[in-house]
Design a protein around this ligand. Structure first.
Ligand SMILES: NC(=O)c1ccc[n+]([C@@H]2O[C@H](COP(=O)([O-])OP(=O)(O)OC[C@H]3O[C@@H](n4cnc5c(N)ncnc54)[C@H](O)[C@@H]3O)[C@@H](O)[C@H]2O)c1
Ligand SMILES: O=C(O)[C@H]1O[C@H](OP(=O)(O)OP(=O)(O)OC[C@H]2O[C@@H](n3ccc(=O)[nH]c3=O)[C@H](O)[C@@H]2O)[C@H](O)[C@@H](O)[C@@H]1O
Length: 343
């Protein structure tokens, strides 16, 4: 049962959870053969590519430096979802770095198909580590502050082993990421794979799915649409929000440096969900209501990164404050929703 935070009126939130993107069922997401064709922009190579592309199970990656070949030979495939083109001279080693981000991140979506989520974390990471081993690539895993579960240590530093429910509704994600970290270190110790592990704390910014279900995107979309901001009970739980440009700088710094991690990447500015709602109300729509709604099981009660390691080892720290980041996200959401600011 949802209730009005300010005056105690009762509200029931009946809106169903959002559906995942229908594109996920598209054919090219099934187990296809990935085929690398070097010289694929040349005479024979481009005809080979045409033939390979006729088979819908094939995904083709062309590597070419266009010395005698041409992009024109491949123009019918550029932009095709089963086709990729890499400009590269094969006399140079094809050094590859893998940023392994693939995994639903919003609790609504990772709980939508928990078996798929844990498969994505475990089998997905295993497959990407297999690829890294075969091609000698460095691989970075985007792990999460959720490996600390409902933390008993505050703020969380990387030496904390966490307080995670192994059989709860969030376990597909947080235990999945913990296994992913284990796999990363096992491949590192056993096969010498160069690994990097970032433990990301709540990150927000433009391009988040509008109906993603995470708190910042929810509150901003609600404020723009004049809908009440849904603070999940008790509202005193805390999170620390990092703007996406800071996050990307941290991830690249980690990939390019010498430290395996795990390293916390996040903004230590900590807010209760009620404080976040008040801040969104103040910056985006002072007329909007704030209501409380039921929470979901195992919601962590507090979360704040200790970023000493990131500062010392990467020379990184966040620069964008919440009050600066929210309007940047608001602008993007208004554009996509087609709702301009009232004067
Ligand atoms: N944003 C955050 O606050 C946050 C915090 C901690 C960790 N992370 C991690 O960072 C990464 C990116 O998060 P995000 O916020 O951009 O989430 P997102 O959901 O916007 O992006 C995840 C992407 O992975 C793709 N994906 C999911 N399952 C896949 C699969 N089986 N195969 C291939 N692609 C798949 C999705 O389609 C999507 O494009 C995730 O690994 C997430 O766990 C994010
Ligand atoms: O940063 C992290 O490490 C993890 O954080 C998030 O998980 P969570 O913090 O639960 O994210 P939200 O769904 O945004 O919830 C944050 C808080 O806001 C509250 N909330 C959420 C949505 C809402 O409408 N209202 C609301 O009050 C939730 O109860 C929770 O306490 C991400 O979604 C995970 O992918 C990520 O790994």
């Amino acid at each position: 049962m949802a209730k009005e935070a300010s005056n105690g009126d009762n509200h029931v939130i009946t809106k169903p959870p959002p559906e995942p993107s229908p594109l996920r069922k598209a054919k090219f997401f099934q187990a296809n053969m990935r085929i690398l064709v070097t010289g694929g922009a040349g005479f024979i190579g481009s005809h080979l590519v045409d033939k390979l592309m006729e088979n819908e199970k094939n995904e083709v990656i062309v590597v070419d430096n266009y010395f005698t070949g041409s992009k024109d030979n491949l123009k019918q495939w550029i932009g095709h979802p089963r086709f990729e083109l890499i400009r590269h001279d094969v006399t140079e080693p094809l050094l590859i770095e893998i940023y392994h981000l693939a995994c639903p991140a919003s609790p609504i979506f990772y709980k939508y198909n928990p078996v798929k989520t844990i498969k994505t974390n475990v089998i997905g990471t295993l497959n990407m580590l297999g690829l890294a081993k075969r091609v000698g690539a460095r691989i970075l895993l985007t792990s999460t502050s959720e490996v600390y579960g409902d933390p008993l240590v505050h703020p969380q530093d990387e030496s904390y082993w966490g307080n995670v429910n192994p059989i709860g509704v969030r376990s597909c994600y947080d235990e999945g990421k913990r296994v992913a970290e284990t796999l990363m270190f096992d491949y590192h110790r056993q096969h010498g794979i160069e690994i990097r592990i970032a433990r990301i704390f709540n990150t927000y910014g433009p391009r988040m799915n509008i109906d993603d279900g995470r708190v910042v995107s929810n509150f901003i979309a609600q404020a723009i649409r004049d809908e009440p901001l849904t603070v999940q009970l008790p509202g005193t739980q805390t999170r620390s929000f990092c703007y996406v440009s800071d996050m990307v700088d941290g991830l690249i710094g980690l990939m390019e440096g010498d430290n395996t991690g795990p390293i916390n990447i996040g903004n230590p500015g900590e807010f209760t969900m009620l404080e976040l709602a008040e801040t969104v109300k103040e910056t985006i729509n002072p007329d909007v209501k704030i209501i409380t709604v039921e929470n979901t099981p195992d919601d962590p009660r507090q979360r704040k990164p200790d970023i000493t390691k990131a500062k010392e080892l990467l020379g990184w720290e966040p620069t964008v404050k919440l009050r600066e980041g929210l309007p940047l996200m608001e602008e993007d959401f208004r554009k996509r929703l087609g709702i301009s600011r009232k004067n």
